[in-house]
Unconditional design. Sequence first.
Length: 127
Amino acid sequence: MAYTRRNYPRVNFDEPVTLIVKINDQQIVEPVLNNMSMGGICISIKGTIEPNQKGVIEIMQECDNELLNVKAEIITRWCKPSRKETDKNTFGAQFTYYSPLDLQKLARIILGQVRKQQEDEFQSSLA
């Protein structure tokens, strides 16, 4: 069995998700969500971010015809050049705090994306 340091499985997000990210009270311009789990988030940006910087994030995503808004505190863990886009960097952040209600909304967003990916795979298998 392969070793993994992750506590939660990550889910990729191919569709746009609205993000507001502030690190040390500086708003990040045009953040793009790559993947997310219950424990953290991976985002592409045009600048760079140092590890161990505290911040806040707001995630807005429609799920089952309802707009869900999640607010969480984060700490950056790493930043490196993006594999997909040469003009961007990717950074990983760990969620350090979210309310019990935000936890439920975050779970709904992640499970909604898993359900969508499974439906897409099923439809592709029929073609």
